[in-house]
Write a protein that binds this ligand. Structure first.
Ligand code: 5AD
Ligand code: SF4
Length: 503
């Protein structure tokens, strides 16, 4: 039997339980309290991931679907789950009605993200009734919360399988158990597992690829559930990241996005080498892949060495997503962000001085518990001062188990909504101004596909991550094209081909 905290890649270590007497032993529910602990044990990297022989082909002739919610980390985890399922023989289903396995890779960051999933789980019941052999699985961040698991057990008994963010590599075993079990199979390790390399992946498209550089977060911002759902910070070894980027370049990918909840903390957990995110980027800069992005940065760990490396440009694009969350030092303190308004603005000043045409984007939360009108106005003034190209804005959503959820909140809901509206007005106005500045200029666009609204139009992104639409031949998809901007809108740029760039 596995214990909750055991980290193993051994797929045979859990026997299919006999659902009566062994069930209690096997049932591994999550615990946010355990997830909060940060142990001193060294992270081990496993390179021996393999599908057990007896399970090869169990998906032959069967189909799967994965519904993904939330951030890029989840998108990429879904690519790994798809990789594992395809190794088992499954192929992708075109619709829920024809699927044999449907996985919901969920997000817990805000309440409305969770509500969406519960809605979907309600809707899919009808399909399960028509196809009792269908395996319904819930994974991702929501499955790490005991309240969610409790709710699924009680109100969504048609779910067959729940597994956590640290249990993805065990998908083959869990799937088999779910197939042969009459009870819901639940395996959620609350304490993070080790790093599992060499899991198969089915990437979306052949142009852009996600690459994990680290997992977890140790920042514990008081509003955020991520350090509980994703565990402690663990960095992949530089040589593994570099090998993966090299391989993607060899396969013809044009862009990679390096992923971590807090990429600036990369390498802080290495005990044998002094190697940070700046060092990693400095090496990746020399790989022949045209564009390299990263997300997400935490302002606290954004050091001068990193700015120096980013200023070298080349394939390191001049776009930095730098979540500020609030413009008030008092609110930042209550959020435990560990920087002040002044520190953030000083960092922005340094970045702008080193990278003159940098595109800055951010995340902002309004209506944090106790936020006053003055404190909110400090956020507005910071947004103006920085001059972001765009921002993701959110109303604070209490997350059970986080410190902020216990803070007294005297800000009425309609005031929070008003603040979001006022902030969005400002952000949109700034976006439009920034985009207008590109009018008549020629920008380099990586063409990603045809426009969602007009099949005769191509769409792609600039180095600054701005969406550009222009008329062109679909043969240009996957290439770099020089586009002259003829019309700038708030969220999109429109243009015409200037000349084609050979890369
Ligand atoms: N409520 C609202 N927004 C949140 N975020 C994280 N936690 C919460 C919460 N409890 C936002 C932050 C973060 C982004 C990914 O989601 O702005 O940067
Ligand atoms: Fe959440 Fe803060 Fe970690 Fe970002 S840095 S994932 S906001 S705890």
């Amino acid at each position: 039997m596995t214990t909750r905290n055991e980290a193993t890649t051994d797929l045979k270590s859990v026997k299919s339980p006999k659902r009566t007497e062994d069930y209690a032993k096997y049932f591994q529910p999550p615990s946010l309290k355990d997830a909060k602990k940060r142990g001193k044990e060294e992270i081990r990297v496993h390179y021996d991931f393999a599908i057990p022989e007896e399970m090869e082909g169990i998906g032959k002739g069967k189909r799967y679907l994965i519904h993904t919610y939330g951030c890029q980390m989840n998108e990429h985890d879904s690519e790994t789950m798809a990789g594992i399922l395809e190794r088992l023989g499954y192929t992708r289903a075109a619709a829920e009605e024809e699927a044999d396995v449907i996985l919901y890779n969920t997000c817990a960051i805000r309440e409305n993200a969770e509500d969406k999933v519960f809605g979907e789980l309600g809707n899919v019941k009808r399909i399960k009734q028509n196809n009792p052999n269908l395996i319904l699985g819930v994974c991702g961040c929501m499955s790490q919360e005991e309240s969610v698991v409790g709710k699924i057990l009680k109100s969504y008994p048609h779910v067959d399988l729940i597994f956590g963010t640290h249990n993805i590599h065990r998908l083959p075993v869990l799937l088999r158990d779910a197939m042969f079990s009459k009870e819901m199979v639940i395996e959620v390790w609350s304490k993070e597992g080790d790093i599992i390399e060499n899991m198969p992946k089915v990437r979306e498209g052949r142009i852009k690829a996600w690459v994990n550089i680290m997992y977890g977060c140790d920042k514990f911002c008081t509003y955020c559930i991520v350090p509980y759902t994703r565990g402690k910070e663990r960095s992949r070894r530089p040589e593994d990241v570099i090998a993966e980027v090299r391989e993607l370049a060899r396969q013809g990918f044009q862009e990679v996005t390096l992923l971590g909840q807090n990429v600036n903390a990369y390498g802080k957990d290495f005990t044998d080498i002094k190697y940070g995110f700046g060092h990693l980027l400095d090496e990746i800069r020399q790989i022949g892949i045209p564009r390299v992005r990263f997300t997400t940065s935490h302002p606290r760990d954004f050091d001068d060495h990193l700015i120096e490396v980013l200023a070298k440009g080349g394939n390191l694009v001049e776009h930095i997503h730098l979540p500020v969350q609030s413009g008030s030092s008092e609110i930042l303190k209550k959020m435990a962000r560990k920087y002040t308004r002044e520190h953030y603005l000083e960092l922005v000043r340094k970045i702008k001085a080193a990278i003159p045409n940098v595109v800055l984007t951010t995340d902002i939360i309004v209506g944090f518990p106790g936020e006053t009108e003055e404190q909110f106005e400090e956020t507005l003034s910071l947004v103006k001062e920085v001059g972001y190209d765009s921002a993701y804005t959110f109303i604070y959503s209490p997350r059970e188990g986080t410190p902020a959820a216990d803070m007294e909140d005297n800000v009425p809901a309609d005031v929070k909504k008003q603040r979001l509206y006022r902030l969005n007005e400002l952000v949109n106005q700034l976006s439009l101004e920034k985009n207008k500045a590109l009018q008549d200029q020629v920008v380099e666009v990586l063409v990603e596909g045809v426009s969602k609204t007009n099949a005769a139009v191509l769409s792609g992104r600039t180095r600054g991550n701005k969406l550009v639409h222009f008329v062109g031949d679909p043969s240009l998809i996957g290439t770099f094209v020089d586009v002259r901007i003829t019309e700038a809108r708030t969220w999109t740029l429109h243009g015409e081909i200037a000349t084609k760039i050979e890369v």
